[in-house]
Design a protein around this ligand. Structure first.
Ligand code: SF4
Length: 309
């Protein structure tokens, strides 16, 4: 069953930078970036990151603010912090080389079952399965599973990866999910697995996999306050990132609204009124925007300020 899939992958795979050498460091960084981000969005971040921090040693030596600045815009900043911690551990305990060992990988910060399987299979060509959203969708449709069963999915992925060259099998399943077996309107007529696909045979493609009900979106209104002194702004440090101070109610004083922006974080929709005014600098710091790591929301607020006539 896998032969047509592998052939399809070899002919259709996107030429991605981490696929040229299968360097374990590059595979690891790309996989962490791709956990919640599409390839097209992650690519420029990946290229800049690897250009500036080309090795485990460079990452291990980098200070947190520098790494967070390179990560800014990708979200999930805990992942960037875990990368630094894991790189330092790899230098201290594994001679600066990513271990090709499942248990040793699981002992590193931020590495779980998926990431260990991705590194082992893609970088080291070892037969470890991966199940991400794409693989879950392809396998569920292939076997016609209408119920969500993580154990069955991991077992099926483990069987598949033992049937061929591990790095090709896993990447082919992921690529098929991304390019052909998409969530809406899968392109079954172009699919190399069509002949074996249970969902295709029964016309169930769009009903599988089961879509989990999302929690209702909670709307939150905040005021972001911009207090400027020359080229610097009063900023607040949140988990290593810097943001304009935000409040559900404005503190006392006089403020002038200059615009608004919107941002969604998981199931929260933030409606932010951007205001200018003066704040007490307590627990805040004067910072130059272009020299600090800022989140996507802070970038949107900054855009409102920059667009001001
Ligand atoms: S035939 Fe369609 S539903 Fe089945 S794996 Fe291929 S693209 Fe997905």
């Amino acid at each position: 069953m896998l032969e047509p899939l592998i052939k399809w992958f070899e002919e259709n795979q996107r030429p991605l930078p981490w696929r040229t050498s299968y360097d374990p460091y590059q595979v690891w960084i790309s996989e962490v970036m791709l956990q919640q981000t599409q390839v097209e969005t992650a690519l420029p971040y990946y290229e800049r990151f690897i250009r500036q921090l080309p090795s485990i040693e460079a990452l291990a030596k980098a200070d947190e603010e520098r790494v967070l600045t390179l990560w800014a815009g990708l979200g999930y900043y805990r992942r960037a912090k875990n990368l630094i911690a894991a790189a330092r551990q790899i230098v201290a305990k594994h001679g600066g080389k990513i271990p090709a060992d499942y248990e040793a990988l699981l002992g590193l910060p931020g590495i779980g079952q998926y990431m260990a399987g991705a590194i082992l299979s893609i970088a080291f060509n070892e037969p470890y399965p991966v199940v991400d959203g794409n693989v879950r969708r392809v396998l569920s449709r292939l076997y016609g599973w209408t119920e969500d069963n993580p154990k069955a999915l991991w077992d099926a992925a483990a069987c598949a990866v033992r049937e061929g060259e591990p790095r090709l099998v896993n990447q082919a399943l992921m690529e098929l999910g991304a390019k052909v077996c998409s969530f809406r309107s899968p392109r079954c007529l172009l699919c190399p697995l069509q002949i074996s696909c249970a969902a295709f045979k029964t016309g169930m493609q769009e009903k599988i996999p089961l879509v989990k009900k999302r929690p209702a979106t909670v709307q939150v209104h905040l005021f972001a306050v911009i207090h400027r002194r020359g080229t610097r702004f009063l900023m607040k440090s949140v988990d290593g990132m810097w943001e304009f101070p935000m409040y559900p109610e404005l503190p006392s004083g006089s403020f002038k609204k200059i615009g608004e922006c919107h941002h969604t974080i998981t199931h929260h929709r933030l409606d932010v009124s951007v205001v200018e005014g003066r704040l007490s600098p307590e627990q805040l710091a004067w910072k130059q925007i272009d020299a600090i790591p800022i989140s996507s929301l802070t970038r949107k607020i900054w855009k409102v300020k920059s667009a001001q006539k």
